[in-house]
Design a protein around this ligand. Structure first.
Ligand code: BG6
Ligand code: MG
Length: 223
Protein backbone atom coordinates (compact mmCIF):
# COMPACT_ATOMS: atom_id res chain seq x y z
CA UNK A 1 0.00 0.00 0.00
CA UNK A 2 1.35 3.45 -0.94
CA UNK A 3 0.87 5.97 1.83
CA UNK A 4 -0.72 9.19 0.69
CA UNK A 5 -0.11 12.74 1.84
CA UNK A 6 -3.83 13.12 2.47
CA UNK A 7 -3.61 16.74 3.59
CA UNK A 8 -2.45 17.65 0.07
CA UNK A 9 -4.65 15.26 -1.89
CA UNK A 10 -8.01 15.16 -0.14
CA UNK A 11 -10.19 18.23 -0.72
CA UNK A 12 -13.64 16.91 0.15
CA UNK A 13 -15.34 14.47 2.52
CA UNK A 14 -18.84 13.17 1.78
CA UNK A 15 -20.75 11.79 4.75
CA UNK A 16 -23.61 9.37 4.41
CA UNK A 17 -26.25 10.19 7.03
CA UNK A 18 -28.12 7.11 8.29
CA UNK A 19 -25.67 4.80 10.04
CA UNK A 20 -22.71 7.19 9.82
CA UNK A 21 -23.85 10.41 11.53
CA UNK A 22 -26.89 9.02 13.36
CA UNK A 23 -28.31 5.57 14.05
CA UNK A 24 -31.71 5.75 12.38
CA UNK A 25 -31.80 2.11 11.20
CA UNK A 26 -33.69 1.08 14.35
CA UNK A 27 -36.41 3.65 13.61
CA UNK A 28 -36.64 2.66 9.94
CA UNK A 29 -36.96 -0.95 11.09
CA UNK A 30 -39.70 -0.16 13.63
CA UNK A 31 -41.72 1.75 11.04
CA UNK A 32 -41.27 -0.84 8.26
CA UNK A 33 -42.03 -3.65 10.71
CA UNK A 34 -45.32 -2.00 11.72
CA UNK A 35 -46.28 -1.79 8.05
CA UNK A 36 -45.20 -5.37 7.33
CA UNK A 37 -47.22 -6.62 10.32
CA UNK A 38 -50.29 -4.80 9.00
CA UNK A 39 -49.82 -6.54 5.64
CA UNK A 40 -49.19 -9.93 7.26
CA UNK A 41 -45.58 -10.06 6.01
CA UNK A 42 -42.77 -11.50 8.15
CA UNK A 43 -39.93 -9.00 8.24
CA UNK A 44 -36.86 -9.59 10.39
CA UNK A 45 -34.09 -7.36 11.65
CA UNK A 46 -31.63 -9.31 9.45
CA UNK A 47 -33.72 -8.51 6.39
CA UNK A 48 -33.75 -4.87 7.49
CA UNK A 49 -29.95 -4.88 7.02
CA UNK A 50 -30.55 -5.19 3.26
CA UNK A 51 -32.40 -1.87 3.26
CA UNK A 52 -29.35 0.17 4.29
CA UNK A 53 -28.70 2.77 1.62
CA UNK A 54 -31.82 1.75 -0.34
CA UNK A 55 -34.41 4.38 -1.27
CA UNK A 56 -37.82 4.45 0.41
CA UNK A 57 -39.67 3.00 -2.60
CA UNK A 58 -37.03 0.31 -3.21
CA UNK A 59 -37.28 -0.64 0.47
CA UNK A 60 -41.06 -0.92 0.21
CA UNK A 61 -40.80 -3.05 -2.93
CA UNK A 62 -38.32 -5.33 -1.16
CA UNK A 63 -40.72 -5.82 1.78
CA UNK A 64 -43.73 -6.33 -0.49
CA UNK A 65 -41.82 -8.97 -2.45
CA UNK A 66 -41.29 -10.90 0.80
CA UNK A 67 -45.08 -11.27 0.91
CA UNK A 68 -45.38 -11.65 -2.89
CA UNK A 69 -47.30 -8.39 -2.99
CA UNK A 70 -44.89 -6.57 -5.30
CA UNK A 71 -47.49 -6.29 -8.08
CA UNK A 72 -49.67 -3.93 -6.06
CA UNK A 73 -50.86 -0.73 -7.83
CA UNK A 74 -48.29 2.08 -7.79
CA UNK A 75 -50.79 4.39 -6.15
CA UNK A 76 -51.33 1.96 -3.27
CA UNK A 77 -47.56 1.58 -2.91
CA UNK A 78 -47.19 5.35 -2.63
CA UNK A 79 -49.83 5.42 0.12
CA UNK A 80 -48.05 2.67 2.05
CA UNK A 81 -44.70 4.46 1.74
CA UNK A 82 -46.29 7.70 2.92
CA UNK A 83 -47.85 6.02 5.97
CA UNK A 84 -44.52 4.38 6.86
CA UNK A 85 -42.83 7.74 6.58
CA UNK A 86 -45.38 9.45 8.84
CA UNK A 87 -44.66 6.94 11.58
CA UNK A 88 -40.90 7.19 10.96
CA UNK A 89 -41.09 10.98 11.31
CA UNK A 90 -42.84 10.57 14.65
CA UNK A 91 -40.08 8.23 15.80
CA UNK A 92 -37.25 10.60 14.85
CA UNK A 93 -38.90 13.73 16.19
CA UNK A 94 -36.95 13.52 19.44
CA UNK A 95 -33.50 13.29 17.79
CA UNK A 96 -31.10 15.93 19.05
CA UNK A 97 -27.37 16.66 19.35
CA UNK A 98 -26.94 13.83 21.84
CA UNK A 99 -27.81 11.38 19.03
CA UNK A 100 -24.86 12.38 16.84
CA UNK A 101 -22.71 9.25 16.65
CA UNK A 102 -19.33 9.36 18.46
CA UNK A 103 -16.44 10.69 16.40
CA UNK A 104 -18.61 12.60 13.91
CA UNK A 105 -17.97 16.05 15.40
CA UNK A 106 -14.21 15.41 15.57
CA UNK A 107 -14.11 14.48 11.90
CA UNK A 108 -16.16 17.55 10.94
CA UNK A 109 -13.83 19.75 12.98
CA UNK A 110 -10.71 18.13 11.51
CA UNK A 111 -12.08 18.73 8.00
CA UNK A 112 -12.51 22.40 8.83
CA UNK A 113 -9.04 22.71 10.37
CA UNK A 114 -7.52 21.20 7.21
CA UNK A 115 -9.55 23.28 4.74
CA UNK A 116 -11.46 20.21 3.54
CA UNK A 117 -15.03 20.83 2.37
CA UNK A 118 -17.84 18.59 3.52
CA UNK A 119 -21.06 17.43 1.94
CA UNK A 120 -23.85 15.10 2.86
CA UNK A 121 -24.52 12.26 0.39
CA UNK A 122 -27.67 10.48 1.55
CA UNK A 123 -30.52 8.53 -0.02
CA UNK A 124 -32.95 9.94 2.56
CA UNK A 125 -35.62 12.45 1.68
CA UNK A 126 -35.73 13.33 5.38
CA UNK A 127 -32.05 14.27 5.54
CA UNK A 128 -32.46 18.02 6.02
CA UNK A 129 -35.01 17.52 8.78
CA UNK A 130 -32.68 15.10 10.55
CA UNK A 131 -29.63 17.37 10.20
CA UNK A 132 -31.71 20.26 11.57
CA UNK A 133 -32.75 18.13 14.56
CA UNK A 134 -29.11 17.27 15.22
CA UNK A 135 -28.18 20.95 14.82
CA UNK A 136 -25.66 20.03 12.10
CA UNK A 137 -27.04 21.72 8.98
CA UNK A 138 -24.75 24.77 9.14
CA UNK A 139 -21.63 22.61 9.29
CA UNK A 140 -22.13 21.35 5.73
CA UNK A 141 -20.87 23.12 2.61
CA UNK A 142 -23.37 21.10 0.54
CA UNK A 143 -26.28 18.77 1.22
CA UNK A 144 -27.24 16.22 -1.44
CA UNK A 145 -30.00 13.80 -0.52
CA UNK A 146 -32.89 11.76 -1.87
CA UNK A 147 -34.69 14.93 -2.97
CA UNK A 148 -31.85 15.73 -5.43
CA UNK A 149 -31.37 12.35 -7.06
CA UNK A 150 -33.04 10.24 -9.74
CA UNK A 151 -30.76 7.22 -9.25
CA UNK A 152 -30.21 5.17 -6.11
CA UNK A 153 -27.04 3.68 -4.62
CA UNK A 154 -25.10 1.67 -5.90
CA UNK A 155 -25.38 4.27 -8.67
CA UNK A 156 -22.81 6.97 -7.83
CA UNK A 157 -25.11 9.90 -8.71
CA UNK A 158 -25.57 11.16 -5.14
CA UNK A 159 -21.80 11.34 -4.56
CA UNK A 160 -21.06 12.79 -8.00
CA UNK A 161 -23.57 15.57 -7.31
CA UNK A 162 -21.99 16.15 -3.89
CA UNK A 163 -18.48 16.39 -5.38
CA UNK A 164 -19.77 18.81 -8.01
CA UNK A 165 -21.45 20.94 -5.34
CA UNK A 166 -18.14 21.11 -3.48
CA UNK A 167 -16.29 21.83 -6.73
CA UNK A 168 -13.85 18.95 -6.21
CA UNK A 169 -13.03 15.85 -8.25
CA UNK A 170 -14.15 12.38 -7.04
CA UNK A 171 -10.47 11.38 -6.91
CA UNK A 172 -9.95 14.14 -4.30
CA UNK A 173 -12.86 12.97 -2.12
CA UNK A 174 -13.47 10.42 0.59
CA UNK A 175 -16.95 8.93 1.00
CA UNK A 176 -17.88 7.67 4.47
CA UNK A 177 -20.56 4.96 4.31
CA UNK A 178 -22.09 2.19 6.42
CA UNK A 179 -23.89 0.45 3.53
CA UNK A 180 -22.33 -1.99 1.08
CA UNK A 181 -24.40 -0.38 -1.70
CA UNK A 182 -23.03 3.03 -0.74
CA UNK A 183 -19.45 1.77 -0.90
CA UNK A 184 -20.14 0.24 -4.31
CA UNK A 185 -21.45 3.63 -5.42
CA UNK A 186 -18.30 5.33 -4.12
CA UNK A 187 -16.08 2.89 -5.98
CA UNK A 188 -18.05 3.24 -9.23
CA UNK A 189 -17.80 7.02 -8.97
CA UNK A 190 -14.01 6.97 -8.47
CA UNK A 191 -14.05 8.07 -4.81
CA UNK A 192 -11.92 6.88 -1.92
CA UNK A 193 -14.06 5.28 0.78
CA UNK A 194 -14.28 4.47 4.46
CA UNK A 195 -16.63 1.68 5.52
CA UNK A 196 -18.18 2.03 8.97
CA UNK A 197 -19.28 -1.31 10.39
CA UNK A 198 -18.42 -4.97 9.96
CA UNK A 199 -15.13 -5.12 7.96
CA UNK A 200 -16.06 -8.55 6.59
CA UNK A 201 -19.23 -7.20 4.98
CA UNK A 202 -17.67 -3.86 3.98
CA UNK A 203 -14.29 -5.05 2.72
CA UNK A 204 -14.86 -3.23 -0.59
CA UNK A 205 -13.94 -0.01 1.32
CA UNK A 206 -10.40 1.43 1.15
CA UNK A 207 -10.36 1.76 4.95
CA UNK A 208 -12.56 -0.06 7.48
CA UNK A 209 -13.54 1.34 10.87
CA UNK A 210 -16.16 0.18 13.34
CA UNK A 211 -16.90 3.81 14.23
CA UNK A 212 -15.57 7.27 13.36
CA UNK A 213 -14.55 7.44 17.02
CA UNK A 214 -11.91 4.76 16.35
CA UNK A 215 -9.52 7.07 14.50
CA UNK A 216 -8.69 10.69 13.70
CA UNK A 217 -8.44 11.80 10.07
CA UNK A 218 -4.78 10.76 10.08
CA UNK A 219 -6.10 7.28 9.26
CA UNK A 220 -6.33 8.64 5.69
CA UNK A 221 -2.56 8.13 5.49
CA UNK A 222 -3.51 4.51 4.77
CA UNK A 223 -5.08 5.45 1.44
C1 BG6 B 1 -31.03 5.65 3.64
C2 BG6 B 1 -31.30 4.55 4.63
O1 BG6 B 1 -30.09 6.54 4.15
O2 BG6 B 1 -32.23 6.37 3.35
C3 BG6 B 1 -32.42 3.66 4.11
O3 BG6 B 1 -30.12 3.79 4.82
C4 BG6 B 1 -33.65 4.49 3.81
O4 BG6 B 1 -32.70 2.66 5.05
C5 BG6 B 1 -33.29 5.59 2.82
O5 BG6 B 1 -34.68 3.69 3.27
C6 BG6 B 1 -34.46 6.49 2.46
O6 BG6 B 1 -34.86 7.19 3.60
P1 BG6 B 1 -36.12 8.11 3.72
O7 BG6 B 1 -35.82 8.92 4.96
O8 BG6 B 1 -36.18 8.98 2.48
O9 BG6 B 1 -37.31 7.24 3.84
MG1 MG C 1 -26.22 4.68 5.63
Amino acid sequence: MINMDWKKNIKGVIFDLDGVIVDTAKFHYKAWKALADKLGIDFSEEQNENLKGMSRMDSLNYILSLGELQNMLEDDKRKLAASKNLYYLELIEELDESDILPGTMNWIQECKQNGIKISLGSASKNARRILDGLNLTDHFDAIIDGTNTTETKPHPQVFLLAAKALNVEPSECVVIEDAYKGLEAARKGGFYSIGIGDPEILKIADINLTSLADESMDVLEQL
